[in-house]
Unconditional design. Structure first.
Ligand code: HEM
Length: 412
């Protein structure tokens, strides 16, 4: 066991070097105690097998902080944030988690999502049409492609009018900016009161949207969820609101950053970019490798030890917070030969980018389709696509939860 209380994980420089920092921790021990920017100490697991065991063990490690010892409390969250995300599916444990997950699972099976591929392709094509029609041949790949693609896919899927997409983008960014690992200022220079006022508007918007769908159901996911039943029970309005908020928070920034990270990784590995251009059929395997190599979720949700226990021989006290560092596990040389090499033909690639166990990413099949469509569309329709800046200068998003570049100027 090591204790790394003074480890810098959040400065812009350390964001750029995160993989090297994690490699250092992983080489020293499977689990280390690290002080977060909030001042809170957490256990970080950096080795693959220990992460797998931990994520699968929802008896000893709970996502809901109900196992905190007496006198220890989590920082209080504002009312509107609690309404949206407090006790959402990501923060509850089986068996209640299992019931809620069953109510949405059918909309995210690989078979169901495969049927959405033509619609995802049409959205990607129309974004590229717009870019090709512009006079300017240099554009920001993040702002003009990686953000609008998942935003439009998600709006259509949930049955949100496309004209409301920008508000959804703002709301999801605001919720993400509250990430305690980020110490990030809110977008557009908003002050905390303005942020809360917007988040309250999001609650009001979702309340009205859900009531509207209950009264006039359509052919969309929210309407489907109003009717879904598991164990003879339907979702309450409150559960539905939290589920939609979780999908918005979980499905936008993650996919956006996967797309940015993929292009960055390919630009840095010209042999792999050439290989993919010549073999578009490698897109599925390339996306898996990019998820492993540059996944967009760096750390798991925190879990809390339900009892005094141990991980790899290190004692963990009841109530202590533990995190699986997915980005570190996916570069563990014990599991992945030459882990720091991008190899889009890698065969043994059971990465942890989507987590593992009960909370494994619900949206993984959708993220995969979006990633594959994004890659193939950009490379096929912009054969000369290349970076327009020095790749060492790209800025990484602050915070540990989401890993991705803030912008990526490109030209074609
Ligand atoms: C590249 C894109 C994505 C990545 C890397 C990613 C990653 C993850 C990870 C690692 C977890 C589990 C966290 C943990 O156990 O601590 C998770 C959970 C989740 N993800 Fe994703 N995700 C992505 C895209 C999406 C999309 C597109 C959606 C929705 C449409 C989504 C919805 C969710 C939900 C609802 C959960 C919680 C599941 C549960 O608690 O049962 N994700 N995701």
């Amino acid at each position: 066991m090591t204790t790394s209380e003074h480890l810098d994980l959040v400065s812009p420089q350390s964001r750029a070097n995160a993989y090297a920092t994690y490699a250092g921790l992983r080489a020293e021990a499977p689990i280390s105690k690290v002080r977060m920017p909030t001042g809170q100490d957490v256990w970080m697991i950096t080795r693959y097998q220990e992460c797998v065991d931990f994520l699968g063990d929802y008896h000893r490690f709970k996502t809901s902080p109900t196992v905190l010892p007496e006198g220890v409390e989590m920082p209080a969250l504002p009312e509107a944030v609690l309404r949206l995300l407090g006790g959402s599916m990501g923060a509850i444990d089986p068996p209640e988690h299992t019931r809620q997950r069953r109510l949405v699972q059918s909309a995210f099976t690989p078979q169901y999502v495969e049927r959405l591929r033509p619609a995802v392709q049409a959205i990607a094509d129309s974004l590229v049409d717009g870019l090709l029609a512009a006079d300017e041949r240099t554009f920001d790949l993040v702002e003009q492609f990686a953000i609008p693609l998942p935003l439009t896919v998600m709006s259509d899927m949930l049955g949100i009018p496309r004209e409301d997409r920008d508000r959804f983008r703002l709301w999801s960014e605001l919720l993400l900016s509250l990430d305690p690992t980020s110490a990030q200022s809110a977008p557009q220079g908003m002050n905390p009161a303005e942020v809360m006022a917007e988040i309250e508007k999001f609650v009001g918007y979702l309340d009205a949207l859900i009531q509207g769908k209950r009264a006039n159901p359509g052919d969309d996911l929210i309407s489907g969820m109003t009717a879904a039943e598991a164990d003879g029970e339907k979702m309450t309005d409150d559960e539905l609101l939290k589920m939609v908020a979780l999908l918005v928070v979980g499905g936008l920034g993650t996919t956006q950053h996967l797309i940015g990270n993929m292009l960055l990784a390919l630009f840095r590995s010209p042999d792999q970019l050439a290989l993919l251009r010549e073999n578009p059929d490698l897109a599925a395997s390339a996306v898996e490798e990019m998820l492993r190599y540059h996944g967009s979720i760096e750390i798991s949700f925190p879990r809390f030890a339900a009892e005094d226990t141990e991980i790899a021989g290190t004692p963990i006290r009841r109530g202590e917070m533990v995190i699986a560092v997915l980005a570190a596990a996916d570069r563990d040389p014990e599991r992945f030969p030459l882990p720091d090499k991008l190899d889009i033909t890698r065969a043994q690639n059971r990465h942890l980018a989507f987590g593992r166990g009960a909370h494994m990413c619900l949206g993984a099949p959708l993220a995969r389709v979006e990633g594959q469509v994004a890659l193939n569309t950009l490379l096929a329709r912009m054969p000369e696509l290349r970076p327009a800046v020095d790749l060492d200068d790209v800025a990484w998003r602050p915070g540990l939860t989401l890993r991705g570049v803030v912008d990526l100027p490109v030209t074609y």
